[in-house]
Design a protein around this ligand. Structure first.
Ligand code: SF4
Ligand code: SF4
Length: 280
């Protein structure tokens, strides 16, 4: 963890139900489904509520949690922090149980007891913080209402940027949160497009899966796509296909993948255009 540049848009905690724990290794578990993560976070949060806020108590908690969850991780050298839990008055989003504002900590910052240490936990910002254009981050914060998918997609700045650039090219202008805030249909269509992160039918068999390694230190870089022939898609699609860990068995399959994306983009562009006409 080595990026401490101040954020142009704060991405980590957004509202009562939207937040991120991706750099704390949230998704780096054998089963990163929402239900499995929610069960794990809820169980840990309940146990931490009964944990004495002493160094021995917190260390015993860490050992117990890591003992509960021995497993093969998608990225073995990426730490999954046992202090990730559920925060907020209704435990409605993911967050750090050692944070000074977390219940029971009495304003004390206990993150010095974590694997990364207090300084890194306090001041780290992932590459999306600097690389994702602010308007694209704002769009995500406008249309997403749940921590689970927000955290999955917010670190994917190359994927998200390429998708939004294709959309901007299609509509012939820059887009921003104002395009989606009042337009529920365009928002729903955009959510369907972004959901290729989870549902991509062309993900190759040996792909690492849903978890994204957010640190750009070369440890787990995504390899380039191995193209099935001489044909190459447009540059934005090459990025999208790489970030979705695609594998194509034929050029026909590659063209089907392009059409899948084209159809999503066309639907969103149509909704944006008709909404603009209706409010003109
Ligand atoms: S991965 Fe990025 S957005 Fe998510 S908590 Fe870490 S720094 Fe914040
Ligand atoms: S202690 Fe650090 S790594 Fe663990 S959840 Fe808190 S902020 Fe994330």
């Amino acid at each position: 963890m080595d990026n401490h540049s101040p954020p142009k848009l704060y991405l980590c905690q957004v509202n009562e139900t939207v937040s991120c724990g991706a750099c704390c290794g949230l998704y780096n578990v054998a089963d990163p489904s929402r239900s499995a993560l929610l069960e794990r976070l809820a169980r840990r949060t309940a146990r931490f509520a009964k944990t004495p806020r002493t160094e021995d108590g917190i260390e015993a908690f860490r050992q117990a949690i890591e003992g509960w969850t021995p497993e093969d991780r998608p990225f073995p050298q990426f730490h999954h922090c046992p202090f990730l839990g559920l925060i907020g008055s209704g435990h409605t989003r993911v967050g750090c149980l050692l944070h000074p504002d977390a219940p029971g900590n009495g304003g004390h910052d206990l993150r010095y007891l974590s694997y990364y240490g207090a300084q890194a936990c306090r001041s780290y910002f992932c590459p999306s913080t600097g690389a994702l254009p602010v308007r694209f981050g704002q769009i995500l914060q406008t249309i997403l209402e749940d921590w689970y998918f927000y955290g999955l997609i917010i670190t994917e700045h190359q994927l998200v940027r390429a998708i939004f650039e294709v959309l901007e090219e299609k509509v012939g202008r820059m887009i921003g949160p104002e395009d989606f805030r009042p337009d529920r249909e365009a928002s729903a269509c955009l959510l369907e497009l972004l959901d290729v992160k989870r549902s991509w039918p062309y993900r190759r068999a040996n792909a690492s899966g849903l978890c994204h390694f957010p640190f750009e230190n070369g440890l787990y870089s995504r390899p380039p796509v191995s193209w099935p022939g001489a044909y190459r898609p447009r540059q934005s699609y090459q990025i999208i296909f790489r970030e979705l860990e695609s594998g194509f068995r034929s050029e026909e399959e590659l063209h089907r993948a392009e059409k899948l994306l084209d159809d999503h983009v066309d639907r969103i562009a149509d909704h944006l255009a008709s909404f603009r006409r209706s409010t003109a």
